[in-house]
Design a protein around this ligand. Sequence first.
Ligand SMILES: Nc1ncnc2c1ncn2[C@@H]1O[C@H](COP(=O)(O)OP(=O)(O)OP(=O)(O)O)[C@@H](O)[C@H]1O
Ligand SMILES: Cc1ncc(CO)c(N)n1
Length: 280
Amino acid sequence: MTICKALTIAGSDSGGGAGIQADLKTFQELDVFGMSAVTAVTAQNTLGVHGVYPLGAVALIAQLDAVGTDLQPDALKTGMLFDQSCIKAAADRIRHYRWRNVTADPVMMAKNGQPLLQPDAVRTMIELLFPLCTLITPNLPEAAALTGMKDICGMDRKREAARRLHAMGPTYVLLKGGHDESDPSVTDLLYDGEAFIEFSGTRISTRHTHGTGCTLSAAITAELAKGATVPAAVATGKAFVQAAIEDALHIGAGQGPTHHGAFRRRLQEGIVEQGVESIC
Ligand SMILES: Nc1ncnc2c1ncn2[C@@H]1O[C@H](COP(=O)(O)OP(=O)(O)OP(=O)(O)O)[C@@H](O)[C@H]1O
Ligand SMILES: Cc1ncc(CO)c(N)n1
């Protein structure tokens, strides 16, 4: 049996809904072999982030070299990178191993506002990581921090933000719409420097959206690993996260995780369509 392989470079979420745990569950659900390089361990649950324990660049490089010298990923994503040294290490190893199909989810804070990236690392991410990326997937607060735009509301401002983000070097920008409560169709906007494509769903009224961004970017990464185009990968990713939110598990006392097994169940029931046939 051959299988496509995907790598996540991200933080660990002990609560299991976001970070490395969400990414590996998503890779597995989409029939891709998942690998990980951990940047930091967080003590986290549905009530919030209770501690952040960075592993440091030396430990990150060791993990990336272990993967790079033996198991080449067909696609990779970055999530919580924590600080400048981790961003530099990740960018350096991505270049060294000539890894392609790179998606950066520019994680800056958890849904309840706790910081997951040091403020002085934002510029490093733009300068060193974005030019290596096939896709970046900022949410609206991240897009504001990256572009310096104060309020990004309405489609015109979203398009302007996407243009500015695209000028930072990635091939595609996906501006996520989860934080725009005024949009009932929760639209994510994809831009390749020429055309805009809107991916809409149905906004679910729920507090259980912990890790939606991680899950979306992991699903896109899995599809890219299997050989999908970026628009096709985003379409599958959006369907995956929509199903995961709709079938939420209602566990924990706070902002709960999504259900990573929901998309597979819908596939089996014929409710959603399979992504690409794997090329591996
Ligand atoms: N309430 C909702 N109903 C349906 N889809 C949603 C909802 N909230 C978010 N989404 C979708 O989930 C995905 C992630 O979007 P969001 O903007 O929430 O990311 P995020 O803030 O980076 O997530 P997180 O930080 O929790 O990982 C997007 O595809 C978005 O459209
Ligand atoms: C480890 C980690 N990565 C990303 C997020 C964003 O959802 C989170 N809450 N925790």
